[in-house]
Design a binder for this molecule. Structure first.
Ligand code: AMP
Ligand code: MG
Length: 481
């Protein structure tokens, strides 16, 4: 197979061999490409148009990898719902690293390509529905301007995977700035050999924070950088009502990209305690808990890095704690700035936090739709002839305060670019996935097209914008692994 523009400049496999395992994907008996992301391919400088449908299918199902690929699975550990486990790519396989025309380095990875040395009891496979779900939601986050891994293709394998029922097997090809996770550092820290941790730190700094290369306190520098990226990421999730659902340490990247779309979902009615994941009984990963969990995960990263922070463990713990404790302040500052922008305030003034808090409390009490409410606020004359839920004294009172505050603002601060019109609403996503897994891809293509430009009002897209009627509300989502 020719290279299709792939540069294959892989640096991860220069790391100590305990961090990965080379192997090939398991062949798929009857592969077929279900969706290919031409925009992303073009952005990456890749061209698959010279291939026949059969050749594309063979490539994206893992039967005929592009020339130069030397696939490997990555080892990592993770705290899953608080419990530590040694894991690794149980069903993923890296093609390698690619340098795009923009000069940046990208991992290209299969998900669902068969068993690996890290599969434990799993079959190494993935079902079509969950892989298309990752495709749609990750592309939606990208279009919303939120850092995320992206989806290049989904191919079916022609082989059933057995979950509660037999389902079509599929392979997702995913693209990321890197797949280095908090759990990768936890895994390295578990090795007897401290040079493994040191090598992983150097590799990560070269990829994500090259300005730290000459720093005397690289580990602390990395922690600060991850705190900044993760705080920004979670603020962005909260801006659009996104709930990741499985923020285990193996599902948190050091690059600050959203990764591993399992039971994630966008909230409809505003409630900070919202949880969708069917396995999150304690609400550990609820909407408003996400910043706390991010800090908890970063504390696990700091623990892994202790030997590199200071030779003296006591001193290392003190230093690590000081850094980790900055998370709350960093997050709070970014969150307040984001919420100000959401309600169209350009400057910071006393009382803003109370104004925002009161709006959120009213939204929670009245159960208003998160996305629609903020978008409605950006409409001039909302209270000229108000309808429910805005024809309410509590809301009128708040609205008047807000108008007064806006009049004192140095603005302008356009609200629309901070408040999407279109998010991938659960009931629409479920409907499109239902059709796609039954063989009709059109609703999914229509949804993807609608999600491409989420901030602009466009006619004909009302069904994607409306909150679900009560009969179509989705309360639970499933990992589907
Ligand atoms: P996830 O919840 O998808 O982030 O996965 C957690 C861990 O389970 C990772 O190590 C995955 O590679 C592994 N895993 C998930 N599904 C499978 C599967 N079907 N076969 C093997 N390993 C899996
Ligand atoms: Mg994962």
């Amino acid at each position: 197979m020719p290279t299709h523009g792939l540069t294959f400049d892989t640096t991860y496999t220069d790391l100590p061999p305990c961090l990965y395992a080379h192997l090939n994907p398991e062949p798929a008996p009857a592969p077929r490409v279900v969706i290919l992301n031409r925009d992303l391919a073009q952005f990456l400088g890749l061209d698959f148009d010279g291939l026949s449908a059969e050749e594309q299918a063979a490539m994206f199902a893992g039967n005929a990898l592009p020339k130069g690929a030397a696939p490997y699975a990555q080892a990592y550990a993770g705290h899953q719902f608080g419990h530590f486990t040694m894991l690794g790519d149980g069903r993923a396989l890296m093609w390698g690293e690619h340098i795009a025309p923009d000069g940046r380095r990208w991992d290209i990875q299969f998900k669902g390509s068969g068993r690996t040395p890290y599969s434990r009891g799993g079959d190494g496979r993935a079902a079509l529905g969950p892989m298309l779900r990752e495709y749609v939601i990750s592309e939606a986050l990208h279009a919303l301007g939120i850092p995320t891994t992206r989806a290049l293709a989904v191919a079916t394998t022609g082989q059933a995977v057995h979950r509660d029922e037999p389902l079509d097997g599929a392979v997702l090809t995913r693209v990321a700035r890197s797949h280095i996770r908090v759990g990768t550092f936890q895994y390295a820290a578990m090795q007897d050999d401290p040079s493994v941790l040191r090598a992983l730190l150097s590799h990560t700094i070269a990829r994500h924070d090259p300005e730290l290369a000459c720093s005397k306190s690289q580990a602390e520098g990395l922690l600060h950088a991850v705190i900044a990226r993760q705080a920004s990421l979670i603020v962005e999730w909260m801006r659009v009502g996104f709930i990741h659902g499985v923020m285990n340490t193996d599902n948190m990247t050091l690059s600050g990209e959203t990764i591993d779309y399992g039971p994630c979902a966008f909230m409809d009615a505003y409630n900070p305690q919202t949880v969708f994941s069917s396995i999150d009984h304690a609400g550990r990963y609820a909407y408003a808990k996400q910043p706390h969990i991010a800090q908890w995960n970063i504390a696990r990263l700091a623990e892994a890095l202790l030997p590199l922070i200071d030779e003296d463990t006591k001193r290392a713990v003190v230093k690590a704690r000081e850094v980790v404790e900055t998370f709350a302040g960093v997050f709070q500052g970014k969150w307040l700035a984001m919420m100000r922008a959401k309600i169209g305030l350009a400057d910071a003034q006393d009382g803003d936090a109370a104004l925002i808090g009161d709006l959120l409390r009213w939204m929670q009490t009245s159960g208003t739709d998160f996305t629609k409410t903020f978008r409605d606020l950006s409409r001039p004359g909302l209270l000229v002839a108000p309808t429910a839920p805005y024809d309410h004294p509590a809301f009128r009172g708040w609205y008047t305060r807000w108008q007064t505050r806006r009049a004192r603002d140095g603005g302008p601060c356009p609200m629309r670019t901070n408040n999407p019109r279109i998010i991938p609403r659960n009931h629409i996503v479920e409907e499109a996935l239902g059709a796609a897994t039954a063989g009709d891809m059109q609703p999914l293509h229509d949804l993807l097209a609608a999600l491409q430009d989420p901030y602009t009002d466009r006619p004909g897209l009302e069904r994607y914008q409306s909150p679900p009627p009560p009969s179509r509300r989705v309360y639970q989502t499933f990992c589907g692994t």
